[in-house]
Ligand binder design. Structure first.
Ligand code: AR6
Length: 237
């Protein structure tokens, strides 16, 4: 199930809903009444598993292990990560939720949410400080997937702002771009930064294809999440 917008105060009053919340919470599913206010929050999509055709099971394992490693640092206790995918039926959401339970990660540290990463506050009731883009190496708008959605939602401002920080990105690395105040993503959604990352590519029709080399692919995906989470914690400090 996805997250319905609004309804936060009503939700907590019902005992049934409280039970449902507890059940969902143990699965790391974000409940309607949860808010990210007060905790610095990074939202991120599943890097490389759609257009870049990376194996989903391997990716879900890497996501949860990267989050566990991130929260082993006590300095990160006040931070929060939200894994987002568009559809409530996303198999990546299901895999990450399963691994969360399996690995015993605190579900309040890595939450999961079905919805559009560009509408987390307006449609999901979630205030997130930073969102992650699964970018292309040229850091260009368009293409498809989450890259197209984020550039579209942020307006021209993001392309201009990105150019000040980088013109290309290597696989496994991240670049943090502060959003101008004029950007609709900042004005409407309260997002202050977009972090572009480039994950490993298994799609022969895209640059730097690893042609099924999962030794290298997994190394790069681990490096991608490590760079992302590190960029987030460094920036919120
Ligand atoms: N909100 C949340 N999640 C989304 C959204 C959205 N609006 N749109 C897509 N996803 P992809 P990749 C999920 O293909 O595999 C681009 O064209 C989607 O369901 O965007 O890393 C770039 O320019 C999937 O789980 O990224 C690169 O060339 C996840 O986002 C290339 O694709 C990532 O899917 C990168 O490929």
């Amino acid at each position: 199930p996805g997250i319905k917008p609004g309804g936060s105060s009503i939700a907590n009053k019902s005992q049934d809903l409280a039970v449902e919340k507890e059940e969902k919470s143990t699965l790391g599913i974000l409940f309607d009444s949860d808010s990210c206010e007060g905790k610095k929050t990074l939202a991120f999509p599943s890097i490389s598993t759609s257009d870049f055709q990376f194996d989903h099971e391997k990716a879900a394992d890497i996501i949860v292990k990267a989050a566990i490693q991130f929260f082993q640092d006590k300095d990160h206790a006040g931070l929060r990560l939200i894994f987002v995918d568009l559809s409530p039926n996303s198999d990546m959401l299901a895999r990450v939720r399963r691994n969360l339970v399996k690995e015993g990660l605190n579900p309040q540290q890595l939450l999961t949410h079905a919805g559009d990463i560009t509408k987390l506050r307006s449609s999901g009731g979630l205030a997130c400080n930073m969102i992650t883009n699964a970018a292309n190496w040229r850091l260009k708008p368009g293409g498809g997937g989450v890259n197209a959605a984020i550039y579209k939602a942020a307006g021209h401002d993001l392309e201009q702002a990105t150019k000040q920080y980088a013109s290309t990105l290597n696989p496994g690395s991240a670049v943090v771009v502060p959003l101008p105040l004029s950007s609709p993503l900042q004005k409407v959604e309260g997002v202050t930064h977009v972090i572009h990352v480039l994950g490993p590519n298994m799609n022969p029709q895209r640059p730097n294809c690893l042609a099924g080399d999962y030794v290298q692919g997994c190394q790069i995906l681990r490096a991608t999440y490590a760079s992302l989470f590190n960029a987030f914690s460094t920036t919120v400090k």
